[in-house]
Design a binder for this molecule. Sequence first.
Ligand code: FUB
Length: 324
Amino acid sequence: MLKNFKIYGSVLMLSIVHFTIKAQEKVIVAKGNPIITDKYTADPAAYVYGDSVYLYTGHDVAPKPKNTYEMHEWLCYSSADMVTWKEHKSPLNVKDFAWAKDDAWASQVIERDGKFYWYVAITHGTIHGKSIGVAVADNPRGPFKDAIGKALITNDMTTDVKISWDDIDPTVIIDDDGQAYLFWGNQQCYYAKLKKNMIELDGPIQKVNLPEFTEAPWVHKRKGWYYLSYASQFPEKIVYAMSKNINGPWEYKGILNEIAGNSNTNHQSIIDFKGKSYFVYHNGAINNDGGSFRRSVCIDYLNYNSDGTMKRVVMTSEGVKKAK
Ligand code: FUB
């Protein structure tokens, strides 16, 4: 009897867990841009894994008329066609980093050897300024937990720029030879090699000199070219540089996406998926309350010229069609 109770109890528990997971996976069918309209989403980091795109975002919750960022958790969505999105339970919160204070700013997820590493910008609790932490999970939907128990990068490790928020906006790339690199920065773009374990630096912090660099670096590689796109000036537009070597020199190529107009920031990520290239960014166009501190993720196509340079993005309200 007791044995049966245990079995039925377990089945019941599993059913409840299953129901809860299902209940948390809300389905959103994007009707153009912005793609998500029931909450404010910012700093999109899109990642292709298997036959899906995972979209990791920050979550703006500043009530109107507050005009500073209020962000406490990161969000996760997935899609097999770029139009129908499943919203997963928030897999990461500032509270998951015991050493941190608050501010779930820009981030990026990358997989290595079956583990998913989530690099985040966050305010440190005891070391003045912003910092970069890393969380890890066995699944792209999480749950993620702090991978180191302390910050990977703190403000006192970078002293070139006399501001407390220059250690933000991490982007990670694993090159074809297996070497991983972390790029980040505000006003100064920094980069460093990562060890294979993805949670330790493997060498000194170096600088990339880029014209009018504000923040939001994103590094991607395509057909032998490295691309470093970033937010420039303020209000921000997205510009980019190209190189044949990840250590540079980087050649500035100009504007990739114009000022959004309704948001000071524009934070981009770039992916290829099912034969097309996508520019994933945010603006303030969600509704009458949208703006610089209540932002929303949008997706438009990205096109390349035959010499590898990128065509300027056309921001649309229609967004993209289903990827097949
Ligand atoms: O979301 C907070 C900050 O705004 C990000 O870290 C920057 O890239 C900008 O989008």
